[in-house]
Structures are given as structure tokens and as C-alpha cells.
Design a protein around this ligand. Structure first.
Ligand code: N01
Length: 540
């Protein structure tokens, strides 16, 4: 049998923050590589989610790449929490800075990826009819990349303009003077709503679940802060590489009831005024574990919301009925204030559900409201959505979507048995916290595995059954220790019919890093490395 020709050693699918880094790492390691991306530009999440006021809610310099001090030095983020246009510019800069663009093909969506048992290669077909053969396939397709539309009757009958936050057009949408509806009040909806309210003739917000929104507290990065960031690069990198959450925020040192009520109030005030996720990562140590401590924080936030929102009925609708942290908390700028505008109204879908979308607008149990534009801020098919839609078939022609019919089974959120030479850094079971930090660890690990296989002369890499079982058991066993409730999309429960399984990594980054460290120390013993039948035959 002849050895198998491949177009590239490594084919990366997805040109977001993870795919770009993976492409850079494998090229640097001496593999031939290409990247294909469905969008007409790079950026992934930060290409598609280009709605007004889309922005980081992790600090810009903690979300960005840390692999190159020169890159860190030359890119001056303008704000502590950068907005989408700056993020997209940054990712394009990285692509050019590291000469990656010539390896990238845009506007090509994968429709099928087939593993050849004999050849040990992947044949990947895209919607333009092109086939690419690669030894290794890396699906850097993201956790939040398949927009979810609820099955509302008549959705396609609407005669005005409709948009999904996760599929925002590259041409600006003109809201000026329009009657606009926004459905959904997750992190996307609450970023977009104040921006639309500033220009639309009217804005109606359809809310099913109120969320605990706290201020993002964004501001420009001052020249002194820019200098300090550069001077502190090594210590920032060290903190981010060793922190459980992947943030710079310092964990607090005591529980809520170790303080007096007055001290607690002052502490919560400080939290409210602190940046982004520090309300979770630097709050009282028991805020997510002791319901009484959580209640104290929620009472404080209710006080804040009540002081901002004038109308008592609207205010009551905006107060969540779940604990802080049971759902991923959004961070906002001027969100609650928006509801004081006379042109903005809030429809509570728990009391008046949507019956249908008509040609003219949205009909709820209390009547029809007419609109020019409807925005669906209704989230994503989280975690497995993209991988399950790529037409991936592994050993013996088994389909990934069938293998994962009851939920995913993975090792480190990076590989799964039955699908040799397939890697999916940034995939389900990997993350909890600041995503690029986890995904970066995974990309480095994948690169290490590939280099190791090359060194030992193997061309087929497959995770052992035992290793996958260990990791998946850990995820399923400890899922109940996560603060997130089963109604959170982290369990996939926002998508009707999807199995309710925990899709994050409840062991957090420490578990990911310690497992990776052990795997490397043990010479990647969790993998079965072999030679493909084609290669073995050609050696005879
Ligand atoms: O999506 P979501 P998202 N009828 O799933 C509602 C990241 N992100 O795009 O909660 C009516 O959070 C749904 O209601 P309910 C971040 O990780 C980051 O906002 O299911 N409503 C909810 O209100 C985030 O968590 C940033 O009851 C329906 C909304 O739609 C993740 O992306 C910015 C409905 C969906 O909220 C997803 O956020 C933006 C129905 N049938 C996003 N179905 C940063 O700042 C769903 N909804 C970095």
C-alpha cells in the first residue's frame, strides 16, 4: 500500500481566537497547516457577534493572547473591556503579524469530515465543494457559535427586518426612528438594549428570565495604566497562568458573615463598583456556596436595581427569581437606566408568553405589538452545537452526532474515542472561567501531542478508553457541585430535545492543568499512538 498524500498535516476549522492560535502553534512546530473559516473574515465569535456594544466582559489584556510579549507590547487596548470593532482589528493584526493569512481560507463552511480507517487521515469537504485531506483535524469551532432560534410559530412570516445577535450583518443596521423588539435578556441582549434605545423610535424588550446584571465599570485605559501593563507583563502572565478562573482579580479572604452588616454593605458597594467578573471571583468566599450569603448579595442588588428603575411594575419584572451565579451573570452599562426612557417597555414572557410572530409584529397573550425590526438575542446551541453539525464521522463510519446523542464524552474537552486524529480545543468539558486561558492551555496540549506523535513516528493518535472515561466521569460526578442550575444553557437545556448534561469542566482550570501536566509527565500515556494501515503496509 502506498503512503498517503495529504494536503496539509493539520487542518484547523474555525478562525476565532482559538483557531488562530492553534494555526500559529502548529506552523511554529514545523507542521504544514491550513485554516478554514465559514465567515468572510477572521474573529469567530468576535466576527459574528458584531451587534452594537458587543464587547468583552473579561479585561481586554486578560482575554488577549499572552504567548508573545512583543504582541502584548505593541497592541494598546483602548478600554479595559474592548468593544467588538477593536477586538476584530486585534485578531486581524495577529493574523498578519504572524504571517498566518496565507494559510487561511475564508467563506468555506465544513459540511462533512470523514476519517479514513486505512489511511488515518481526515477528508474534509466544504460547502464550496472543495475537499481537503489532512492528517490531523482541529475543530476550533467554539462553544457559542451556533445561534439558537426558538421555535416560535410564524417567525419566518415577519415582514420587517430580523436579526440574531450571533449572526449580525457586516453592514450597520439602522435603528433610527424604528419600532424595535428585542427577544432575550442574556449577556448579548443586555449589551445591545441600551444601544438601540438611544436611537429607536420605540424599543420593546421581551424577557423570559430576569438576570442579575451588575455594572461592567468599563473605562479607557490611561497612559499610566498602559505603561504599568507593559512593565508587569511577566507577573500578569504568571497570575493568569496560575489563577483558577483565568482572571487577574484577587480572591477575597473571608465569608460574608465574618463581617458586620455595616462592613458587608460597604464591601458589596465596592463589589458593585468593581470591574466585570470580580463580582464573582473576588466576592465573599461563600457567595456561591452559602445560600444565606448569596441572599445578602441579592438583597443588596435588589436595592440597587430599585434605586435605578423608576416604574415599580417594570422594576419588579427586572428582579430575578434565582440565586446569583446559578446562571452566567451579564455585565452591563446603563442597562437598568434604559427602562426609565419613555420609549422603552418590558414584556414579561412568564406572564404573557409569545403566541406567534406575524407579518406585522409579535403577538403575546396580551395582544399584538407591531415592529419594524425584531432582534433575536436568544442565545446558542452551546458546547456541542458546532461539532454536531459538521458531519464528522470517525472510525468505522460512526457519526459524532450519534456518539454524543446522550451528551458528549471527552478527554480534557479536547478529544474523544472513536475519532482518531481529531482535536477540539475550546470544546465541551474544557472550560469554566476566562475562556481563552483554558483554550490556550488546550491548544498548547494538542500541539504537544502532535509533536510527540511525530517524534515517535506515529500517525494515528487516539485517546484510551480509560482516560476518556476518567475525565467524563469527573465531569458528570462533579457537575452537581457547579453553581449553575440545570436550567442554564451550560447544561444545554435552552435547546429543546437536547440532553441535559453539564457541558463545562467542573474541576476548573486546576483540574485541567494538573491532568495535562500528568499526561505530559507520563509520556502521553493516555493516548494510543499507532501507525495507520496504509503507512504500515508501505513500510513492508
Ligand atoms: O444567550 P443566552 P446570549 N422565548 O442564552 C431567551 C457569551 N456572551 O447570546 O433565560 C423567549 O445567555 C433566554 O431566556 P431564558 C456569554 O458567555 C458574552 O445572551 O432561557 N426568550 C435568554 O434571555 C453568554 O452567557 C458576552 O429564559 C427566549 C436569552 O434568550 C453567552 O454568550 C456578550 C427563548 C438567551 O440568553 C450567551 O449569551 C454576549 C424563547 N423561546 C454573550 N429562548 C461578553 O460580554 C431563549 N430565550 C463577553
Amino acid at each position: 500500500m502506498e503512503p498517503v498524500d495529504v494536503d496539509v498535516d493539520v487542518l484547523v476549522v474555525g478562525g476565532g481566537i482559538v483557531g488562530i492560535y492553534q494555526l500559529h502553534r502548529v506552523l511554529e512546530a514545523g507542521f504544514t497547516a491550513a485554516l478554514i473559516e465559514a465567515g468572510n473574515g477572521v474573529g469567530g465569535t468576535w466576527y459574528w457577534n458584531r451587534y452594537p456594544q458587543a464587547r468583552f466582559d473579561s479585561e481586554s489584556y486578560t482575554y488577549a493572547y499572552l504567548f508573545s510579549e512583543e504582541l502584548f507590547d505593541e497592541w494598546e487596548w483602548q478600554e479595559h473591556f474592548a468593544a467588538q470593532p477593536e477586538i476584530e482589528r486585534y485578531l486581524n493584526h495577529v493574523v498578519d503579524r504572524f504571517d498566518l493569512r496565507r494559510h487561511i481560507r475564508l467563506g468555506a463552511r465544513v459540511t462533512a469530515a470523514r476519517f479514513g480507517d486505512e489511511t488515518g487521515t481526515w477528508t474534509v469537504r466544504t460547502d464550496d465543494g472543495t475537499e481537503t485531506r489532512a492528517r490531523f483535524l482541529v475543530a476550533a469551532t467554539g462553544l457559542l457559535s451556533v445561534p439558537f432560534y426558538p421555535a416560535v410559530p410564524g417567525r419566518d412570516d415577519f415582514g420587517g427586518e430580523s436579526y440574531h445577535t450571533g449572526l449580525w450583518p457586516t453592514e450597520p443596521v439602522d435603528f433610527a426612528g424604528k419600532r424595535v423588539a428585542v427577544i432575550g435578556t442574556g449577556s448579548s441582549g443586555v449589551q445591545l438594549i441600551p444601544a438601540i434605545a438611544d436611537v429607536a423610535a420605540s424599543l420593546t424588550v421581551y424577557q423570559r428570565t430576569a438576570n442579575w446584571c451588575t455594572p461592567l465599570n468599563n473605562r479607557p485605559i490611561t497612559p499610566d495604566e498602559q505603561s504599568a501593563l507593559r512593565a508587569d507583563f511577566e507577573s500578569i502572565r504568571h497570575t493568569l497562568y496560575t489563577s483558577a478562573s483565568g482572571f487577574l482579580h484577587v480572591p477575597h479572604d473571608r465569608g460574608a458573615f465574618e463581617d458586620t452588616p455595616e462592613e458587608r454593605l460597604a464591601f458589596f458597594e465596592g463589589m458593585w463598583n468593581s470591574p466585570g467578573f470580580s463580582k464573582m471571583t473576588s466576592n465573599y468566599t461563600d457567595i456561591l456556596t452559602d445560600p444565606a450569603a448569596n441572599d445578602e448579595w441579592c438583597r443588596f442588588m435588589i436595592g440597587k436595581i430599585s434605586a435605578i428603575v423608576d416604574d415599580p411594575e417594570t422594576r419588579a419584572k427586572l428582579i430575578p427569581d434565582h440565586r446569583y451565579g446559578q446562571r452566567r451573570p451579564p455585565f452591563v452599562t446603563g442597562y437598568y437606566e434604559t427602562f426609565n426612557k419613555p420609549t422603552v417597555s418590558l414584556v414579561d414572557l412568564k406572564t404573557t408568553p409569545i403566541l406567534q410572530v406575524t407579518h406585522d409584529g409579535i403577538e403575546t397573550a396580551d395582544g399584538l405589538r407591531e415592529f419594524d425590526i425584531i432582534v433575536w438575542a436568544t442565545g446558542f446551541d452551546f458546547g456541542t452545537g458546532a461539532l454536531n453539525r459538521m458531519g464528522i464521522t470517525g472510525r468505522g463510519g460512526i457519526a459524532l452526532v450519534d456518539e454524543w446523542a446522550d451528551g458528549p464524552s471527552t478527554y480534557l474537552g479536547v478529544v474523544c474515542r472513536g475519532f482518531p486524529n481529531l482535536f477540539f480545543p475550546g470544546g465541551p468539558h474544557g472550560a469554566t472561567g476566562n475562556n481563552p486561558r483554558y483554550a490556550g492551555d488546550q491548544v498548547d496540549f494538542v500541539t504537544g501531542v502532535l509533536v510527540h506523535a511525530r517524534e515517535v513516528g506515529a500517525d494515528v493518535i487516539e485517546v484510551s478508553e480509560a482516560a476518556e472515561e476518567r475525565w467524563s466521569d469527573m465531569v458528570n460526578t462533579y457537575a452537581s457541585t457547579s453553581p449553575f442550575s440545570e436550567s442554564s444553557y451550560f447544561f444545554g437545556s435552552n435547546v429543546p430535545g437536547k440532553p441535559v448534561r453539564y457541558l463545562l469542566n467542573p474541576g476548573g482550570r486546576p483540574k485541567l492543568l494538573s491532568t495535562i501536566a500528568r499526561a505530559v509527565r507520563d509520556g502521553y500515556g493516555d493516548f494510543e499512538l499507532s501507525r495507520s494501515p496504509a503507512r504500515t503496509g508501505s513500510d513492508r
